[in-house]
Design a binder for this molecule. Sequence first.
Ligand code: SF4
Length: 90
Amino acid sequence: MASPDARSSRRPDRGGQDRGGQDRGRDTHRVRVNPIACEGIGMCAHLAPDVIVVDDWGYPMPATRDLDRREVRAVRSAIAACPRRALFLT
Ligand code: SF4
């Protein structure tokens, strides 16, 4: 499967965090996974397939680039669906 990093342009990271509802006015976001909390169920990769792919064990490998608006919407859905609250935006 193609790396999600190859699917969008790069923009500077402005820092901060968004756990699904905060900082909606910011225009750059990146997705992060807490590997301690994640159980590798893979729901996030189904809801945000352009941003998150899973490895051979089913654990998510999120894009390491800034996300566009469409991708941020998809990631917000994945954050809401994550049963372990292991996914967040920065
Ligand atoms: S939905 Fe949550 S628990 Fe499941 S693989 Fe994604 S980050 Fe991990």
